[in-house]
Design a protein around this ligand. Structure first.
Ligand SMILES: Cc1ncc(COP(=O)(O)O)c(C=O)c1O
Length: 385
């Protein structure tokens, strides 16, 4: 006998990467040298001070118990310091910051906190799949908004109002944008805040890529005047501090929003290990130089990734930020799916097809820069041959 799972499990199918990485593992087991440019999983180390702090923390006898639901005061203080230094945004560490086990977890907490069944959620037509999946899980209705390809993948604000109904509750935004690499701009954020205020919508901005290959000083949505009335910003140490597996993120917002999310979150999980939070404090103090050195490595990889796109006949926008390169397929290539499959089977190169971020990505591929540049050059060479 098998007990039936809930209806909501039927709305989602197995994650593309979960299926495809099984194929990659099979090829590896058969002895093939697969170059994996699929997922965005930083391969570089956290800073030395981060690792030393963790090593010391695990030895402390009092470090192993439950931690506060709202994170340790020192971690929240360090996040406030990071926001002030990085974005020039002042946050109250006691009331405006809620540490999370990664920003992915925050998407679920926010959705559980603010969405009733039948509420509507504005989601970018190309984007991180969790915005859509979690909205559906909580019984909300997803409405996709258009991203204007020829206008740097900016939201189509002119068409956005037509999507709004009295049930519209949340709008998801993410710039620097994944997967297109479109940068964040103050004008875009101003438009978003004005839109959210006009329509009384909670603007949820997901900001994990602001420090990766950014061409201008990084910005936070919360730097926009009036943003705290209508916005929550998620942020993460996964990419910016090479700590994806540590599960460290937070949300920043005005106190009423933080308090509401905490009502849900404190019933779902508990504070992270003290040692991880102590190490996070050290990581948040990484020097600007540390961030520049990390970006210098990504620069080298970007050059190789551009050579790979050239070998595939793709075109791309050089304004991209973040740790991926989003390339447009030439007309002669039938589909992203066919290309990705043939590259995997014939050249043992794994890349992500654009459609996994939404159907509009059909004619695109996404290369991750989380592999040493020599391997990306080798991938380009394999394609040229
Ligand atoms: C746009 C975006 N948001 C959120 C996440 C999740 O990040 P975290 O590791 O903080 O959960 C990712 C991870 O790939 C992402 O690309």
């Amino acid at each position: 006998m098998i007990i039936e799972p809930a209806q909501r499990t039927r709305q989602t199918s197995e994650y593309y990467f979960s299926v495809k990485l099984a194929e990659v593992r099979k090829l590896l087991a058969e002895g093939h040298d697969v170059i994996n440019l699929g997922i965005g999983n930083p391969d570089m180390m956290p800073s030395k001070s981060t690792l030393t702090t963790l090593g010391e923390a695990v030895q402390k006898p009092q470090a192993h118990g439950y931690q506060p639901y709202v994170g340790t005061p020192a971690f929240r203080q360090a996040i406030a310091g990071f926001y002030a230094h990085t974005y020039g945004v002042k946050l109250d560490p006691t009331t405006e910051i809620l540490p999370l086990i990664g920003s992915k977890e925050g998407i679920t907490h926010i959705s559980l906190t603010f969405l009733d069944p039948g509420d509507e959620v504005l989601v970018p037509e190309l984007g991180y799949p969790a915005y859509r999946a979690v909205s559906q899980m909580v019984g909300a209705v997803v409405k996709e908004y258009t991203l204007r390809e020829n206008h740097g993948w900016q939201p189509d604000w002119a068409a956005m109002s037509a999507l709004v109904t009295p049930r519209t509750k949340i709008m998801w935004l993410n710039y620097p944008h994944m997967p297109t690499g479109a940068p964040a701009t103050p004008q875009l954020f101003e438009q978003a805040v004005a839109f959210a205020q006009e329509h009384k919508i909670l603007l949820c901005h997901d900001n994990p890529y602001s420090l990766i290959l950014n061409k201008k000083p990084p910005i936070s949505l919360l730097s926009i005047e009036g943003a705290k009335e209508v916005a929550i910003e998620l942020n993460s140490m996964s990419k910016s501090h090479n700590m994806a597996g540590w599960r460290l993120g937070w949300l920043a917002a005005a106190k009423p929003y933080v308090d509401s999310v905490l009502k849900i979150k404190s019933n779902v999980d508990s504070g992270m290990f003290q040692g991880v939070q102590e190490a996070a404090v050290a990581a948040l103090q990484n020097s600007d130089d540390w961030h520049q050195q990390r970006n210098a490595v990504y620069e080298g990889r970007l050059e190789a990734a551009e050579a790979l796109l050239t070998a595939l006949g793709c075109t791309w926008d050089t304004a991209q930020e973040g740790m991926f390169l989003w390339g447009k397929l030439p007309e002669t290539t039938e589909s992203a799916e066919k290309l990705v499959n043939s590259l995997l089977i014939e050249k043992h190169i794994f890349i992500a097809p654009g459609f996994i971020f939404g159907p509009k990505g059909n004619r695109y591929i996404r290369l991750s820069l989380c592999t040493p540049k020599e391997r990306i050059w080798e991938a380009a060479e394999r394609v040229r041959q």
